[in-house]
Design a protein around this ligand. Structure first.
Ligand code: ATP
Length: 903
């Protein structure tokens, strides 16, 4: 079908019957689009994604650089000096503003680009039917007319008219603000139904919380309802975080204070009879010098660098504030399967009431044997319970084995894959099982239910129910167990549970299987969760191995050293979980192993204490996870929590850092998370925590550097005017120092690598102020050294017979030298600089080199001498500059030593 206008003009899809919509969209309700047609439409309509920031965004970002009270003051100062005819001063001021805005703009653009790139790493995938087969495609490749399947855990990838549904519920809060999931159906609705009530439509960005459904795509990308909203709000993304907001508040207060000082300077100076124009320039220089204009840019840049460093370590940050929070994390609650383990399941042993069979072979290759206790291959015909354990495991199963070039991999859940492999090793291939036991109904697995059940027919119309799941759950639903001849005999519950414990004690993950042969009349309607209790026959158990991830033990140890508690919160059995915990050293320092039910049985205060002591909490349901987060937070913890299922979303949202999995896990969990682990690995969380600490350190380092510099610059003028002394450094010279050092020296701290030993410190208390007492003292000491040193050298030079311009040039160079030396001191807040590696940050050396060139230019280059009223200085003056700068450094180092304990 060729369409001239595509997609069709605005139509009320909800007011049409489903098949009419399919026809209108040129789709096919069963076979979906042909691949070529989909490709053609993709070219015509463009990718299914919301438009990015684009050119308008760049302009807005540029203008945003100027939206800061500190910058307003600078701009007004520039205009005032220009009006006064002080063109050099005003040029320097405007240059300060422009250079800062440029640096901020470039870095923010890079940060945005990095964030966009990261989004692509965790791209949403969708299941579309094309050419009659279900394909997994990136959701941006969907086109109008595509037939798309959704199930619980998916994010709705485009606007769709619903064709089929089965218990489908969708959380549309992103679109409508309605937080309760809406039940969907396919009935035709009146044309004037508002978006929130269109139950036969699925809208892009909705989250499927339950059930399954199929729909035909009616709009993609900007044409979707979400696209419309996106246009309305302008699609602005902000790089603001609690810290940047706190700093913005701080900037405002600072600006007011500095302005007040500038006014005082002007008033005192003119009262003393100085020329008003001169005092005005002095006041402006004071304001410009004292304003830490580099601060907002430095913070954003540091955060952005942190985000990309984390991405390099495979942690994708979805919300920027989390970078700060990571540095304060005190507890990490982590999943077991896939995060601490490889999630590569291999059935190692099978228990049946007749005994234990060991399974050989490694990985997913269906090569290996089932050996009975005497070491002979097990005979399925002589042990019906074993045969049914394998059959039920493989039939009640959605995983598939894939062979490519002799290498075996799986699609679907690894636990299920292990069962497919075990059956195949015994000669029960998937095709054979499908042919013998075609499936006609299913109760999907959920973490709350902890089992999955399927209904099958056999030749002759007989029905079979196959069930697999957590041992206690399955055993609890059984009325009997199967013997070797396939007969139902009384259930020996204690024997089954003891066997499960033994296998779990070997660190194996144990799942039980059961079957039921309902009487012929049993229909699909009677096949539901409640109807299984007391009807099942236990066939056996499969015990599978899931090796720990190689880096898990080291990462756990590092977290411990860093004062971060690690708790394994798992849906699995307590014995399996504690065996793994022992392997990776989680139980090394003691700690309790509990189950969700153990905890829930405790009264409030004891619950809280037990949870604090627990290292492993097994058999946990998603709701229990939510309560754990709340209780831990109540105890003052900053909690990072992993999750992968639909029902984990509330706990992920509630946690200070919600962490979802990039490979496993659902879109719903990813949507609720602050951070996504690309490789699902626990070690990545530890790496991210480390980077988070680094970011906070660097921001603190920048503040520790910039404040004394700015205070010093302001004070030089303030003191001179208030005391009626000759200015040792002129306003225009202050502007020069300010412009060059902020960009060439201070900003380079943003690139500082993490300090060694960063993970041997306790976490930062979240309410700890940026300016601790020790930091404030250091700021004051350095400010005093800058002002005092410049003053002293200025006088010394004059006393030695130097000219005014020369003495001032010496003072300027001393000022800059102290700033440069102090910059190195700021590279480590507590220890000596060499702790961070002298050449570890090349940017700093580059910046210092450029600053030196700039100083040589202003000292010796005649045109600059004229503009900035400087003069060449002699060699011995440089020696004095160096000696004084070194003296200042010694004083700072002593101060650092004395206060080390206070950081
Ligand atoms: P973790 O929370 O650490 O990832 P988990 O994977 O064991 O551990 P859940 O996925 O909540 O946690 O599973 C809980 C229990 O349900 C498992 O221990 C297992 O007994 C059972 N189970 C897991 N997957 C399936 C499945 N596909 N079908 C049937 N039962 C399952």
């Amino acid at each position: 079908m060729s369409l001239t206008v595509w997609p069709p003009a605005a139509v009320d899809h909800h007011a049409l019957a489903a098949d009419e919509v399919v026809l209108l969209m040129g789709g096919d309700p069963l076979r979906g689009l042909r691949e070529e047609e989909a490709a053609r439409r993709l070219r015509a309509c463009g990718p299914n994604e919301l438009p990015g920031a684009g050119r308008g965004g760049a302009l807005r970002r540029w203008l945003n650089q100027f939206r800061n009270p500190l910058i307003y003051v600078l701009l007004v100062s520039g205009v005032v000096t220009a009006l006064l005819g002080e063109l050099v001063d005003s040029t320097v001021i405007f240059a300060v503003v422009l250079v800062n805005a440029l640096v901020g703009h470039v870095q923010e653009s890079r940060a945005e680009a990095a964030l966009d790139g990261l989004r692509a790493m965790v791209r949403t995938r969708a299941r579309a039917v094309r050419d009659g087969t279900v394909r997994t495609v990136p959701s941006d490749a969907l086109v109008p007319g595509d037939l798309v399947l959704v199930e619980a855990g998916d994010k709705v990838p485009a606007d769709m008219r619903l064709l089929r549904h089965n218990g489908l519920c969708v959380d549309e809060s992103a679109l409508t603000g309605e937080s309760v999931p809406v039940a969907k159906d396919d009935a035709v609705l009146p044309a004037d139904t508002p978006v929130a009530d269109r139950r036969n439509m699925l809208y892009s960005a909705g989250l499927v919380t339950a059930g399954t459904g199929a729909g035909v795509v009616v709009a993609t990308g900007a044409a979707t309802e979400m696209g419309r909203i996106h246009r309305l709000v302008g699609g602005t993304r902000t790089l603001a975080t609690p810290l940047t907001r706190k700093l913005a508040g701080f900037s405002t207060i600072l600006t007011v204070g500095i302005l007040a000082l500038a006014v005082v300077t002007f008033a005192v100076g003119t009262a003393r009879g100085e020329a008003a124009v001169e005092m005005l320039t002095a006041a402006v220089a004071l304001a410009v010098g004292a304003i830490p204009e580099g601060l907002p840019a430095a913070v954003t840049i540091t955060l952005a660098i942190g985000v990309s460093r984390m991405a390099r370590r495979r942690a994708v940050v979805r919300r920027l504030p989390v970078v700060e929070t990571l540095g304060s994390t005190t507890v990490i609650c982590t999943d077991k399967t896939g995060t601490l383990t490889e999630n590569q399941m291999t059935t190692r042993a099978i228990w049946t009431p007749a005994g234990v069979v060991e399974v050989t072979g490694a990985g997913y290759a269906p090569r290996g044997e089932l050996l009975d206790p005497s070491g002979r291959p097990a005979d399925l015909d002589r042990d019906q319970a074993l045969r049914w354990t394998l059959l039920a495991g493989a039939a009640c199963n959605d995983a598939a084995l894939i062979e490519r070039d002799g290498r075996w991999s799986v699609s679907g859940d690894p636990t299920e894959a292990a069962m497919v492999v075990a059956a195949a090793k015994a000669g029960l291939g998937r095709e054979r099982i499908h042919a013998e036991l075609p499936r006609i109904g299913e109760i999907p697995f959920s973490s709350e239910r902890r089992y999955m059940a399927t209904l099958h027919t056999r030749a002759g119309g007989e029905k079979v129910i196959c069930v697999k799941g957590a041992v206690e759950r399955i055993v609890g639903m059984c009325r009997a167990q199967m013997d070797a001849d396939g007969r139902a005999v009384p259930l020996d519950r204690a024997a089954a549970e003891a066997a499960a414990d033994r296998l779990a004690g070997r660190g194996l993950r144990v799942l039980a299987t059961a079957v039921a042969f309902p009487p012929g009349h049993a229909s699909r309607e009677e096949f539901h969760a409640g109807a299984l209790d007391g009807t099942l026959v236990l066939t056996g158990m499969q015990a599978m191995q899931d090796p720990p991830r190689p880096a898990a033990a080291r990462a756990v140890r590092t977290c411990r050293e860093a004062g971060i508690a690690v708790k394994m919160i798992t849906g699995d059995h307590a014995s399996t979980a504690s065996a793994l915990a022992r392997q990776i050293g989680l139980l090394d320092g003691g700690g309790r192993v509990l189950t969700g039910a153990d905890l829930d049985a405790l009264p409030g205060p004891e619950y809280s204490r037990a949870l604090e002591e627990a290292v492993v909490v097994a058999r946990v349901s998603p709701e229990q996870k939510l309560r754990m987060v709340q209780v831990l937070q109540g105890r003052g913890h900053v909690v990072a929590m992993t999750g992968d299922g639909v029902n984990d979303a509330p706990a992920l949202r509630r946690a200070d850092i919600g962490i979802a999995m990039g490979r496993g896990g659902t879109e719903v969990a990813r949507d609720a998370a602050d951070m996504v682990l690309v490789d699902d690995d626990f070690a990545t969380i530890e790496a991210a925590a480390e980077e988070g600490r680094g970011v906070f350190d660097n921001i603190t380092k920048f503040i520790a550097w910039t404040l004394p510099t700015n205070i010093g610059e302001g004070m030089v003028i303030l003191v001179a005017v208030l005391l009626g002394l000759t200015l040792p450094i002129l306003p225009v010279q202050i502007l020069w120092i300010n412009m060059t050092t902020a960009v060439l020296l201070g900003l380079m701290l943003a690139f500082e690598p993490k300090e060694e030993g960063i993970m041997r410190r306790p976490p930062r208390a979240p309410d700890r102020p940026l300016l601790t007492g020790a930091l404030v003292t250091r700021v004051l000491v350095v400010s005093a050294l800058l002002v005092g040193g410049a003053w002293w050298l200025f006088r010394w030079e004059l006393a030695d017979g130097a000219g005014m311009a020369e003495a001032r040039t010496a003072a300027i160079n001393l000022f800059v030298a102290v700033q440069a030396f102090y910059l190195f001191s700021c590279r480590s807040l507590t220890g000596p600089m060499r702790r961070s590696g002298v050449f570890a940050n090349r940017w700093i050396w580059g910046g210092v080199g450029l600053q030196l060139l700039a100083q040589l230019a202003i000292t010796y280059w005649a045109p600059m001498n004229t503009v900035f009223q400087t003069a060449p200085i002699a060699g011995h003056t440089w020696l004095r500059v160096l000696a004084l700068a070194l003296l200042a450094t010694v004083i700072v180092t002593v101060d650092k030593r004395l206060r080390r304990a206070h950081w």
